[in-house]
Design a protein around this ligand. Structure first.
Ligand code: GDD
Ligand code: MN
Length: 375
C-alpha cells in the first residue's frame, strides 16, 4: 500500500438521477471504509428538474466528504470538465474518478480501479471490452452495435488503437495527467468528451491500463445520450484524426475529389437514361480508380511498402471490391428504406463507410509502411 494516502475525488455527473444518487452515495461510502486513501464524492448536477441537487444537499448533512457543484446543462463533457477543474483547483485532488450515477458502474469496482493507480497507472479504464469485462446481456442489437461502433470509430478513426474501451465512462485518472491537458482545446460538450480526454491523455504519454468491469443496465431513470452526442462523437473522432495525421488529411482531400467524381458520374449516367441501380456501382468504381491513382502517387507516396507494384495493385483491387460492396449495399439499403429521398442522397451516404474501409485497409495493408506500427 501507498505510504501517502491519495486524495481521491469520485466525480458523479447527474441529470435527473434523484432515484439513484442517494443509494450510490451510500454504496460508495461503504466501499471507502476499506480504502486507505482520502476518499471524496463530487456530484456535478446541472439543475436537474427532478431535484437531484436537493437530495444531495440533504445527504451532505451526514456525509462531510460529499460535495455538490451546480451548473447549466450543456452536456456530459462540460459537466466533467467543470468537475475536474474543481477537483484539481479547489480540492487539490491527486486522483479523480469518472462514474455514472445510475449504478451502471459498480461501486464495488472502485477499489480495483484505484489499486491499478497504486500500482503505477495514470489512467485506469473500467473496461467492458477486455477479457472478463461485459456489457449487459439484455442490451438489444441497437445498443450493442452503437457501443461497438463507437469504439471502432474511436480506435480506428481517432487512432486510439491500443485501448479496447475508449468510450467507457468509468475511469480513475491521476490529476498529474489532467494538469497537462488544456480542456479548452478538447472542443467537446457531450459524450465525445470520453474519447477526447482519452486521446489527450495518450498524447501526453499517460500510462493507460484497462481493468475488466461488468457494465450493468440502469434500472431507474433513462439514458441521456442523444443524437446530438452521436453526431459530436463522430465529428470529434474525425477532428482528432485530422489534427494528428497529415496522411489522413491528404486522404480526405483525395476522398473529396472522389465524391465529385462519384456524384458527377452518377448524375451523368442517370441523365443518359441508365437505371439508377446500374449507375450507382459504375460511378463508385470510377471514383475508386481516380482515388487509387491520387493515393498511390500522393497520399501514400512516402510509404516504403514491402510489396511490388503488382501486388499493391491486386490488394487495392480487393479493397476496392469490398468498398464497392459496402457503398452499393448502403445505397440499396437506403433506397429501399427511404425511397422518398433523392437517389443522390443514398449514393452519397454510401461513400462514408466505403471511404473508411478504404482508408484503413489501404493504409494498413496495401500501402503498409515496412516499419509501420499503428500508433
Ligand atoms: N451534469 C450532467 N450533465 N450529467 C449528465 C449529463 C449532463 O448533460 N448527461 C448525462 N449525465 C449523467 C447522468 O445523469 C449519469 O449519471 C451519467 O452522466 C451517465 O449518463 P447516462 O445517460 O446514464 O449515460 P449512458 O448510460 O447512456 O452512457 C454510459 O456509457 C457510455 C458508453 O457506452 C456513460 O458511462 C457514458 O459516459 C459512456 O460513454
Ligand atoms: Mn447510464
Amino acid at each position: 500500500m501507498n505510504a501517502k494516502p491519495l486524495k481521491t475525488v469520485i466525480i458523479v455527473p447527474t441529470y435527473n438521477e434523484k432515484s439513484n444518487i442517494a443509494a450510490l452515495v451510500d454504496a460508495l461510502q461503504e466501499q471507502f471504509l476499506q480504502l486507505e486513501h482520502d476518499m471524496h464524492i463530487l456530484v456535478v448536477d446541472d439543475n436537474s428538474p427532478d431535484g437531484t441537487a436537493d437530495v444531495v444537499r440533504t445527504l451532505q448533512t451526514s456525509h462531510p466528504n460529499l460535495q455538490l457543484l451546480n451548473g447549466q446543462k450543456q452536456g456530459l463533457g462540460v459537466a466533467y470538465i467543470r468537475g475536474m477543474r474543481h477537483a484539481m483547483q479547489e480540492l487539490q485532488a491527486d486522483v479523480v474518478f469518472e462514474m455514472d450515477a445510475d449504478f451502471s458502474h459498480k461501486p464495488e469496482d472502485v477499489p480495483r480501479l484505484l489499486a491499478a493507480i497504486d500500482e503505477g497507472a495514470d489512467f485506469v479504464i473500467g473496461s467492458r471490452y477486455v477479457p472478463g469485462g461485459t456489457i449487459p446481456e439484455e442490451w438489444g442489437l441497437y445498443r450493442r452495435l452503437n457501443s461497438r461502433f463507437g469504439n471502432i470509430v474511436a480506435r480506428y478513426l481517432a487512432g486510439i488503437y491500443s485501448v479496447r474501451d475508449c468510450t467507457a465512462g468509468f475511469r480513475a485518472i491521476r490529476t498529474s495527467v489532467l494538469r497537462r491537458i488544456d480542456f479548452d482545446k478538447l472542443r467537446v460538450q457531450g459524450y465525445a468528451f470520453q474519447v477526447a480526454l482519452l486521446h489527450a491523455a495518450k498524447t501526453n504519454k499517460a500510462k493507460i491500463v484497462e481493468i475488466p468491469v461488468n457494465f450493468i443496465d440502469r434500472t431507474h431513470g433513462e439514458s441521456k445520450l442523444g443524437l446530438r452526442d452521436i453526431i459530436e462523437f463522430i465529428l470529434n473522432a474525425w477532428w482528432i484524426r485530422f489534427d494528428s495525421s497529415k496522411t489522413f488529411i491528404k486522404f480526405l482531400i483525395v476522398g473529396a475529389s472522389g465524391v465529385v467524381v462519384n456524384l458527377g458520374a452518377f448524375t451523368l449516367l442517370l441523365a443518359q437514361g441508365l437505371n439508377k441501380y446500374a449507375a450507382s456501382p459504375i460511378a463508385i468504381e470510377l471514383s475508386i480508380i481516380t482515388n487509387f491513382f491520387l493515393n498511390n502517387g500522393w497520399t501514400f507516396r512516402w510509404r516504403k511498402t514491402k510489396d511490388r507494384m503488382r501486388t499493391r495493385g491486386i490488394k487495392f483491387n480487393a479493397v476496392s471490391l469490398l468498398s464497392l460492396g459496402l457503398s452499393y449495399s448502403t445505397f440499396v439499403l437506403l433506397s429501399v428504406l427511404l425511397p422518398e429521398y433523392p437517389p443522390q442522397l443514398h449514393q452519397f451516404a454510401g461513400i462514408v463507410p466505403a471511404t473508411l474501409a478504404n482508408y484503413f485497409l489501404n493504409s494498413y495493408w496495401t500501402f503498409k509502411h515496412v516499419e509501420d506500427t499503428p500508433s
